[in-house]
Structures are given as structure tokens and as C-alpha cells.
Design a protein around this ligand. Structure first.
Ligand SMILES: Nc1nc2c(c(=O)[nH]1)N[C@H]1C(S)=C(S)[C@@H](COP(=O)(O)OP(=O)(O)OC[C@H]3O[C@@H](n4cnc5c(N)ncnc54)[C@H](O)[C@@H]3O)O[C@H]1N2
Ligand SMILES: O=P(O)(O)OP(=O)(O)O
Length: 171
């Protein structure tokens, strides 16, 4: 995958949602790992941030990156589960204009082959304007394994989202 649109690299943001990492109590290794994977696939990772598990902080960052910076893709990592403070799916759904359930379904289905804990993730995928937003679990392994599921569809999804009029049916 080249991750380009008309030879311009797709621009991505990675938002780590973690109380501990936002307070400097645990190194954020999931965000940098996602950044490295995206770069190896040809994306330009332009924005990274670490925020606590607070709906307002998550929403503000997603809206800024989508509306002001016109990111093509935003990945979040963390806060998708059942802990009392896990609110990433709620924050994401609240600011998305449309959801893309198939991406979240595919991530969970494929992840269930690796761990039964995959069913605990409430991750959502959706679009705001021209930006595709995808929640990933918090652990480096969970984040990486889930991203690998959607990677093959990302370029096509973003291209369609941004108005590519070409027909995509194969005979
Ligand atoms: N394909 C997979 N899918 C899932 C896995 C997996 O291993 N492979 N894990 C499952 C588990 S377990 C859970 S629970 C759910 C939901 O996960 P969350 O999004 O709620 O994850 P958190 O509670 O935020 O974090 C879990 C755990 O991971 C470590 N952590 C979190 N953030 C960071 C960070 N930025 N850098 C380093 N390590 C981090 C930490 O030990 C947390 O306690 O997802 C399933 N899906
Ligand atoms: O500090 P966080 O938000 O990463 O929480 P946890 O490690 O309990 O998932």
C-alpha cells in the first residue's frame, strides 16, 4: 500500500488516550508503535498527542485535527474497554457524522481469533467531514493487531470518503 492521493501522502494523527500516560506515570509505547506502522505504510504522521480518559479532551483533539487540520486519518489508542473511565467510543461517536461499523466488526472478529478479551473492546470507526477516525485498544499488542486488520482497506476508504467518483466493482 502506498497511502497516497494523487502522489501526495495521506496525513494522519495518532491520539493516545490514557490517564497514566497523560500524567507521565507510564510511557506511551502504543502511540509511537502505531506511528511507526503508519509511516512504514507510506502515511505522513503529522499529529500526535496524549490525553486523559476525558470525553471533552478527546473530542477537542479529534475535532481540531479533523476540522482545522483536515487530517485524512486519525487513530486513537486506549479507553475502548469497560473500565469506569473508558469513554473513547462515546467521545468518538459524539463527534462523528457517520459510523463505519464494518471496520469495528472486522477488528473484533479477527482479534477474537487471538484473544477472547477482544470482545471487551467497544471500539468504533467513523467519519467526520473528510477524516476517517478509528479507535484501537490501548495495549501495544491490541493496537497493533487491530490496526493490521483495517490497514488493507484504509487507502480505498479514505479515497471514497473524499469523493473519488471511480467505480470500484470488479467483474
Ligand atoms: N487484537 C487484540 N484485541 C484486543 C486485545 C489484544 O491484546 N489484541 N486486548 C483486549 C483487551 S485485554 C481489552 S481490556 C480491550 C479494551 O482495551 P482498552 O482500549 O480499554 O485498553 P486500555 O484499558 O486503555 O489499556 C489496556 C492496557 O494496555 C496498556 N496500555 C494502555 N495504554 C498504553 C499506552 N499508551 N502505552 C503502553 N501501554 C498501554 C496498559 O497496561 C493498560 O492497562 O481490548 C481488547 N482487544
Ligand atoms: O491509565 P490508563 O488510562 O491507560 O488506564 P488503564 O491502564 O487502567 O487502562
Amino acid at each position: 500500500m502506498k497511502a497516497t492521493k494523487s502522489s501526495i501522502k495521506l496525513r494522519a494523527g495518532i491520539l493516545t488516550v490514557s490517564d497514566r500516560s497523560s500524567q507521565g506515570l507510564r510511557e506511551d509505547t502504543s502511540g509511537p508503535e502505531l506511528e511507526q506502522i503508519l509511516r512504514s505504510r507510506g502515511f505522513q504522521t503529522e499529529w500526535t498527542a496524549v490525553v486523559p480518559d476525558e470525553e471533552k479532551s478527546i473530542q477537542e483533539m479529534l475535532v481540531t485535527w479533523a476540522d482545522q487540520y483536515q487530517a485524512d486519518l486519525i487513530l486513537t489508542t486506549g479507553g475502548t474497554g469497560l473500565s469506569p473511565r473508558d469513554v473513547t467510543p462515546e467521545a468518538t461517536s459524539a463527534i462523528c457524522h457517520r459510523l463505519v461499523p464494518g471496520m469495528a466488526e472486522a477488528m473484533r472478529a479477527e482479534s477474537l481469533k487471538k484473544t477472547p478479551h477482544a470482545m471487551i473492546s467497544r471500539a468504533v470507526a467513523g467519519v467526520r467531514g473528510r477524516t476517517l477516525i478509528i479507535n484501537l485498544p490501548g495495549s501495544p499488542r491490541g493496537a497493533r493487531e487491530n490496526l493490521e486488520v483495517v490497514l488493507p482497506a484504509l487507502e480505498h476508504a479514505i479515497s471514497k470518503l473524499q469523493g473519488d467518483p471511480s467505480e470500484c466493482a470488479t467483474p
